[in-house]
Each structure stands twice: as structure tokens, then as C-alpha cells.
Design a protein around this ligand. Structure first.
Ligand SMILES: CC(C)(COP(=O)(O)OP(=O)(O)OC[C@H]1O[C@@H](n2cnc3c(N)ncnc32)[C@H](O)[C@@H]1OP(=O)(O)O)[C@@H](O)C(=O)NCCC(=O)NCCS
Length: 188
């Protein structure tokens, strides 16, 4: 894919949060998020510990292959892992796109943390990748996630079906263009 050249990630800091690469030793902490069947309702199941470990392994492969992936989302003050957030390459129809993804510990919902983290990741993406737009791909039942995409300034571009665990799941592809992002975040 030409629009996402390999990049180097050396962490992101926001007012409340810090992002760093996930490591195998984060499995137990991240499993509090990915193993929570309420948080994972859009996936129709909470992950098993082995699936969480595989998820982290997948991100480590992405860091190696492209320089980015979903990162560990931590409380900037305490270092506690409270989720993941970052950028991956996903398919929307025939196109490969850069997507921002986020999963947050349930007890941390409702404070603006997902939007704060995702916004910093979109900033990073436009600064380090050639992508003309950044997407958020959301199951059509996942209202909280759609609201994050909307808070980022994204609009709906496409509706498509994703087949996951033998279930056809309608998804919406939200996106914001590089120009759209720049107009919302003019450089000083
Ligand atoms: C999707 C998800 C990350 C959204 O988390 P969230 O906490 O609702 O999202 P935000 O961080 O943007 O927080 C916004 C909420 O915080 C509130 N808030 C409180 N203080 C705030 C502040 N300083 N700034 C912004 N929002 C604030 C907002 O009013 C909003 O609440 P509302 O939706 O009740 O109006 C979370 O529901 C989640 O982890 N879900 C499970 C995983 C998942 O589905 N991921 C997406 C897959 S596509």
C-alpha cells in the first residue's frame, strides 16, 4: 500500500494519556478490556486470554512491518493500561485505508479519553503517513464508537458488511480527509 509508508513511533503524550507500544507483558492488563463481553459487544464475545495475547502479538507484527499498529493506551499519571488505540491498515471495499481504532476500559468511559487518544493518533497519522484520509470502521450497532468518530469530525462514507465469526455484521466507514483535519486543527 503506497499511502502508508513505514513510520517510526516513539510514543504519544496527551493531557491525560500516554501511548506506547504494546508488549506481551501487557496481556493481563489489556485483557481487562478485551476480555470484557460488555465492552466487546460489537464483536459478540469477550476475548479469551489467548485471544488477547494473539491480539498483542498481531500489533507487535504490525509495529515490525509498518512501524505502527494499535498501541497501549495508558493513564499518563499512573501508567495504568486502560485500553488500546492506534492506527492499522484495513480494507473498505476494494480500498486499503488507514483506520484509527480504540478500546477503552469500561470504568474509564465517559471522560473523553477515547476521543483524546484517537485525536492524537489521527494527528500522528497525518504527520507520519501519506494517507489522504483516516477512517474509523464501526459496527452499525456501536453508537459510542460512532460518537467518537463524529467527535473527531469524521462523516460516514460507506456502509458494508463484514463477516466475523460466521456473522454478517453491517459496518459504517467514517472518515476525515487530511484537508478536513487541517481545517479543524490549523497549525499555529
Ligand atoms: C467506543 C468507546 C471507546 C467510547 O468511549 P467514550 O468514553 O464513550 O468516548 P469518549 O472518550 O469520546 O468520551 C465521550 C463521553 O465522555 C463525556 N465527557 C466527559 N468529560 C469529557 C471531556 N472532558 N471531553 C470530552 N468528553 C467528555 C462526553 O460527554 C461523552 O459522554 P456521552 O457519550 O455520554 O455524551 C468505548 O465505548 C469502548 O471502549 N467501547 C468498547 C470498544 C469498542 O467498541 N471500540 C470501538 C470499536 S469500532
Amino acid at each position: 500500500m503506497s499511502q502508508a509508508r513505514t513510520a517510526t513511533f516513539d510514543g504519544i503524550r496527551t493531557p491525560h494519556l500516554s501511548l506506547r507500544e504494546l508488549m506481551p507483558h501487557d496481556t493481563t492488563a489489556l485483557h481487562r478490556v478485551l476480555g470484557d463481553e460488555v465492552a466487546m459487544a460489537a464483536y459478540e464475545h469477550g476475548f479469551s486470554p489467548a485471544e488477547t495475547a494473539d491480539w498483542i502479538e498481531g500489533q507487535v507484527r504490525r509495529y515490525r512491518d509498518r512501524g505502527f499498529g494499535l498501541w497501549a493506551l495508558t493513564d499518563a499519571e499512573t501508567g495504568e493500561v486502560i485500553g488500546d488505540c492506534g492506527l492499522t491498515i484495513q480494507r473498505v471495499g476494494a480500498a486499503e485505508v488507514v483506520e484509527v481504532g480504540y478500546h477503552l476500559l469500561r470504568e474509564r468511559w465517559g471522560h473523553g479519553y477515547a476521543t483524546e487518544a484517537a485525536s492524537a493518533c489521527v494527528d500522528w497519522g497525518f504527520a507520519h503517513l501519506d494517507a489522504p484520509a483516516i477512517y474509523a470502521i464501526v459496527r452499525d450497532t456501536n453508537l459510542a464508537s460512532m460518537n467518537v468518530a463524529i467527535r473527531l469530525g469524521m462523516t460516514v462514507r460507506e456502509r458494508f458488511i463484514k463477516r466475523y465469526r460466521d456473522i454478517d455484521m453491517p459496518h459504517l466507514a467514517f472518515a476525515i480527509t487530511r484537508e478536513g483535519w487541517r481545517s479543524r486543527h490549523p497549525s499555529p
